[in-house]
Design a binder for this molecule. Sequence first.
Ligand SMILES: [Zn+2]
Ligand SMILES: [Zn+2]
Length: 242
Amino acid sequence: MEPLRYELHCHSCASPCGDDSMTPVMLCGMAALAGIQLLALTDHNTAANLPAAEEACAAYGLTLLPGIEVTTEEEIHLLCYFPTVEAAQAMGTLLYEYLPDIPCEPDFFGNQLVMDSDDNIIDRPEKLLINATALDLARTKVLAEQLGGLCVPAHLDKDSTSVLSVLGIMPEELDFPCVEFRDPAKVQRFVELGALPPPREVLTSSDAHRIEALGEAGGIMEHPEESFLWPLIRRRLELQGS
Ligand SMILES: [Zn+2]
Ligand SMILES: [Zn+2]
């Protein structure tokens, strides 16, 4: 298979910290302009904008990989990718139950806008989606995998909300062959420090919360069929073709 340009970590206007202009339609349109072929929308603890993103991706000729960036009980960000929007929505429903009963104050945290594929606001989730869920890292991984998902620890080189910033070391009992780094040049340092077993694959995405940042750091999979995420990517390509 040909190399694949990807953006596997970005936020829409459903995330309180995501810009209101990051509607699924805008996001997918701008991703297409940036030359991205495989796009994962990974809002904080919600799959609410994935149905609109799936439609928009189809319209722009992109492949959507449905995703969610979960905040675990330890305040760790874990990227979870799913074979279908429905599977991601099932995870989203579960996560909402495990979020604390704290409402989103838009003036303070930002809006949480759920959109349809015509850019209309159709919902505003009540609970603040950026909070930590009551699910720990191991349990989150198990639940995502039960739904056919695959997990990638987010931004391991970030000084907060990453496995390494919170726990100091990658837990040995959790197998994450694929990890995300903002700067892949830093991987070796963490491996040498003994904080991280050598990963099989390192992904780099933008974690864009604003349109301008989209595709800035997206990477290229030289051999998509060798990727840890290939079972999901293949499924998405098949679904798209049908
Ligand atoms: Zn994050
Ligand atoms: Zn993020």
